[in-house]
Design a protein around this ligand. Structure first.
Ligand SMILES: NC(=O)c1ccc[n+]([C@@H]2O[C@H](COP(=O)([O-])OP(=O)(O)OC[C@H]3O[C@@H](n4cnc5c(N)ncnc54)[C@H](O)[C@@H]3O)[C@@H](O)[C@H]2O)c1
Length: 258
């Protein structure tokens, strides 16, 4: 799909990867960009960087289904329809099984259920037109793991499972789905003082590079987007020999002392 002339919604659009996607879509000539986030100040600042009328900030907490539904309705009445929905907002919480239920639930709601709420809200109009694009920001953690963060590893695996399911189920009805699976990206999320995060900082890339890769992949209507190609190699290693991959990850974990 080409971005030119399309209406796109980007959740988590106020910062980081979401902000870069909004700005890149504007450069590609999108008709309208809905910058959506819980961070109103930065969301409005992103809208101010674009041409008047091309973008607007829409507040939405993606963990609340009613708000996601309202977002799709508001954008559809402001711009006619939603062509592209980028389910991008996400959070990373460090810890293992001892992590509080509250943080497990928040991770589940924001990193996984928000994709379900978005699909529920936007699919009916896309299926009626037999055209639409769902971009799901997952993470390489959805293919591999996340050292030091069980809630992130688990909820990103679930998000990837849902993206695959959508692509398989609706692909022949005109719905395109991509799963964006980067490793480290230089955003606020990567500033956390945590050994697992520090490891990712070494090979981290700018969010603008991620947005470039997204636009290329969307033009090709390619499912898997790997801004760090090595993540694809690691995924192959995992599939080829799970036992060896687990041993390798144990070693990495020991060396990092996460
Ligand atoms: N930065 C990385 O290294 C990295 C790597 C792989 C995947 N990701 C994923 O990329 C996505 C974007 O993260 P980022 O790196 O740009 O981080 P970021 O912290 O810069 O941006 C995340 C945005 O999501 C918003 N947000 C958080 N909770 C929300 C909620 N409940 N409702 C609506 N908005 C909410 C935040 O306000 C923020 O603007 C996330 O899904 C993240 O898991 C990031």
């Amino acid at each position: 799909m080409q971005i030119k002339g399309k209406t796109a919604v980007v959740t988590g659009g106020a910062n980081g990867i979401g902000r870069a996607l909004c700005l890149r879509f504007a450069k590609e000539g999108a008709k309208f960009i809905a910058i959506s986030d819980v961070d109103e100040a930065n969301g409005k600042a992103v809208a101010d960087e674009m041409e008047k009328g091309q973008a607007r900030f829409f507040p939405c907490d993606v963990s609340q289904e009613a708000q996601v539904k309202n977002l799709v309705e508001s954008v559809s009445s402001a711009a006619g329809q939603v062509d592209i929905f980028c389910s991008n907002a996400g959070i990373a919480v460090a810890g293992g099984p001892e992590t509080s239920d509250r943080d497990w639930k928040r991770s589940w709601e924001i990193n996984t259920m928000a994709h379900v709420y978005a699909a529920r809200a936007v699919l009916p109009q896309m299926l009626a037109r037999k055209e639409g694009y769902l971009l799901q920001t997952v993470s390489a953690a959805g293919l591999l793991t996340s050292l030091g963060s069980a809630p992130y590893a688990v909820t990103k695996h679930a998000a990837l499972g849902f993206a695959e399911w959508l692509a398989i189920t609706y692909g022949e009805q005109g719905i395109r789905v991509s799963a964006l699976c980067p490793q480290g990206v230089l955003t606020n999320m990567l500033k956390a003082d945590h050994p697992g995060t520090k490891m990712l900082q070494a090979g981290a890339i700018e969010p603008e590079q991620v947005a470039d890769d997204v636009v290329k992949a969307m033009a090709e209507e390619r499912f898997m987007i790997l801004p760090h190609p090595e993540a694809g190699k690691f995924f192959q290693n995992k599939a080829n020999d799970y036992q060896r991959w687990i041993r390798g990850m144990q070693k990495l974990q020991r060396n990092l002392n996460v």
